[in-house]
Design a protein around this ligand. Structure first.
Ligand code: SF4
Ligand code: SF4
Length: 429
């Protein structure tokens, strides 16, 4: 085991050494902004990894805890003058910690449920059926709060209800457009399949309105990002292989996802996971080349129909999810969709790509800190005076909705594609 983690870190020794400790990453790190301690920032974490490599430090519980203090927002990597991919190094540090210490028992339990696709699906369907017994729905928005204490969920936390029927259960496997010009596979991801089915419905409506057939492969599973960023790379490989094999079974022109993290998993993570397996890497590369985030696909590839858009009279600001802005670098396309909708008044907020604090499972383990980070985002949203916040990620939608309600703000958070869907529907009325 010791050898295994030494090898994991030795592989990135040069990358670690490239950090010149300038501290530029401090300025942009959302965690450092709140806690002001060196191990919170990329520089501090890289120094800890260096100490392990030099033999001056063991991988202890403290090391593990410090590596966990990161929302994987990639702001440090984007800011680094030396090109250090700090967010990836931090994941490698987590991977080394998992190799030495194993996964945290709660994560272990969650990931073993996730590993069993059938059981995971069954559990979330049950959660959809019995959710109202355990959660109280909040008026006006797709939001709920727990009725009693639950393990792993902060008592104050506002979430969104699981769908009574998951998205993929609401449609046949192939949804045909009236006149089809393309055939696209929709990778729904877990959040859209089990929680925000309204986003998935809009993706399907919009693709159909653009004469595109939509295929929803029934056997698709979690993209693997939650396990990958938590250092369980072997499980991430299992998910990647499963999804690649599943989508290869269909004749598809393109694959789309309505989430920056899912898209990044297909485009970057999957090919990167199989560097030691050339045949698998080639298959991952082939699918990565035809995978797009939905707004990117509609603007750059499908050239979405502008003539069929009716009026949607709302003021909208936009939050760019970290994995869209700095992961797949898609920020102009969702704006282009919004600006094409008659009646939309678009108001840019300050620093729209600043992390909202959700950070995948980060906000589960560090809810109060995630709230502090989120409060800054809520203040930026409020200062625009817009009535709608558009975004491109279900988890951002949930965490920002939580923040808006906690801060007594009236805005609603929607995925950009939902506004485009409204515009096509408005024309048909
Ligand atoms: S990670 Fe980059 S920005 Fe941060 S201290 Fe190192 S060199 Fe500077
Ligand atoms: S990825 Fe984000 S949260 Fe993590 S160290 Fe870098 S800037 Fe800080």
């Amino acid at each position: 085991m010791a050898m295994e983690y030494k090898k994991l870190l030795a592989d990135v020794e040069d990358a670690v050494a490239n950090c010149m400790k300038c501290g530029n990453c401090q300025e942009v790190c959302p965690i450092y902004k709140e806690v002001r301690i060196e191990p919170a920032v990329a520089r501090g974490k890289i120094a800890l990894m260096e100490a392990v490599l030099n033999g001056g430090l063991d991988i202890t519980a403290g090391f593990d805890k410090k590596m966990a203090l990161c929302v994987s927002c990639k702001a440090c990597t984007a800011k680094c003058p030396c090109g250090v991919k700090a967010d990836e190094l931090i994941i490698r540090g987590r991977q080394a910690a998992v190799a030495v210490r194993g996964l945290h028992p709660v994560k272990k339990a969650v990931f073993s449920l996730l590993k069993n696709r059938g059981l995971f699906d069954f559990s979330l369907r049950l959660a959809g059926m019995f959710g109202p017994l355990t959660f109280k729905k909040l008026p006006g928005r797709l939001a709920q709060i727990s009725r009693f204490p639950m393990p792993g969920l902060d008592r104050k936390r506002i979430t969104a209800p699981f769908a009574a029927t998951p998205l993929r259960g609401q449609y046949p496997e192939t949804v045909k457009a009236a006149q089809s010009k393309l055939r696209v596979g929709f990778f729904t991801g877990c959040t859209i399949n089990y929680i925000y089915t309204d986003i998935g419905q809009s993706v399907i409506n919009v693709l159909k309105a653009n004469d595109i057939d939509v295929v929803l492969p029934k056997l698709q599973h979690c993209c693997g990002t939650p396990v990958y960023v938590n250092g369980d790379v072997e499980l991430a490989k299992i998910f990647a292989k499963h999804n690649i094999e599943t989508f290869e079974n269909y004749k598809l022109d393109y694959i789309v996802a309505a989430c920056g993290s899912c898209t990044e998993a297909w485009k970057t993570e999957y090919p990167g996971l199989f560097l030691d397996d050339p045949a698998m890497k080639q298959r991952a590369d082939a699918l990565a080349a035809k995978t797009y985030e939905i707004s990117q696909f509609l603007v750059d590839i499908a050239k979405f129909r502008r003539d069929g858009l009716g009026e949607v009279k709302v003021s909208v600001t936009m939050h760019d999810p970290c994995h869209m802005a700095r992961g797949i670098k898609v920020t102009s396309q969702p704006r282009e969709l919004l600006k094409a909708i008659p009646g939309v008044e678009f108001i840019e907020m300050k620093d729209p790509s600043r992390c909202c604090g959700a950070g995948g499972s980060f906000s589960l383990a560090h809810y109060d800190l995630a709230r502090q980070i989120n409060d800054r985002k809520i203040a930026d949203i409020a200062s625009t005076g817009a009535s709608i916040v558009a975004t491109g990620c279900g988890l951002c939608r949930m965490h920002i909705t939580d923040g808006l309600i906690q801060n007594d703000k009236p805005q609603e958070v929607l995925h950009t594609i939902q506004l485009l869907d409204k515009a096509y529907q408005a024309r048909n009325k």
